[in-house]
Design a protein around this ligand. Structure first.
Ligand SMILES: [Zn+2]
Length: 214
């Protein structure tokens, strides 16, 4: 993995982008990266993601043992579970993007099959069961979805995205929220054309080629 200083700075940069785009409010959200097989950097609890400095990050093992002075976000457990389940995942982003979260609350599935980019990026976006943020319940709720999905909606809560690196995990959060915005426009317009099955198959083939099928 790339050097720790650069990763700490990138976490701050991604936090700024999440905050500027309104995907987190106040101290919402958390970001983590894998430093090596054993060690993870994570945003600390109780800070705005828009105004972080590189030296405030918490460091811990993938099994949750704290290695520094900083206390990791209360939601770090679901990040660590992602690293344990997926050897290909090196970064995790959790945010509360309003429109994607709206879908997670509405009980309506995100209609992924109306946009090629979303089919390519996600194929489908599952909704993890309602769980109290910061508890082990959240880990139990996301666990069934981690193996096969890079974007998961958390019912009555927010969204979780995974990536081979932090840019990818972050971009997946952007793609998810941008798509939720488009999907909501489609709802307001009152009709939708789904991508035909043969084109869906081509997009699934593209996913396999890009290494996005798990
Ligand atoms: Zn949250």
């Amino acid at each position: 993995m790339s050097d720790e200083k650069a990763l700490r700075e990138l976490i701050c940069e991604v936090g700024r982008r999440l905050w500027q785009l309104g995907m987190v409010a106040a101290n919402d959200g958390n970001i983590s990266v894998r430093l090596d097989e054993e060690t993870v950097l994570c945003t600390p609890s109780g800070v705005s993601k828009g105004f972080m400095l590189p030296d405030i990050m918490a460091k811990l093992t993938v099994d949750g043992e704290v290695l520094g002075d900083a206390e990791a976000s209360s939601e770090v457990a679901m990040h660590l579970e992602a690293y344990r389940v997926r050897a290909d995942v090196n970064a995790v982003v959790h945010a509360h993007p309003p429109l994607a979260t709206g879908y997670a609350i509405s009980g309506r599935p995100l209609p992924v099959n109306i946009l090629a980019e979303t089919v390519t990026a996600f194929r489908e976006v599952p909704v993890a069961e309602c769980a109290t943020p910061g508890t082990q319940e959240v880990v139990t709720a996301v666990r069934p979805h981690l193996a096969k999905h890079d974007a998961i909606l958390l019912m009555n809560h927010g969204a979780l995205t995974l990536g081979a690196d932090l840019e990818q995990a972050y971009f997946r959060m952007e793609i998810l929220e941008h798509f939720a915005k488009t999907a909501l426009a489609v709802v307001q317009l009152g009709s939708a054309q789904e991508i035909p099955p043969e084109q869906l198959e081509q997009l699934y083939a593209l996913r396999r080629k890009l290494g996005y099928e798990h």
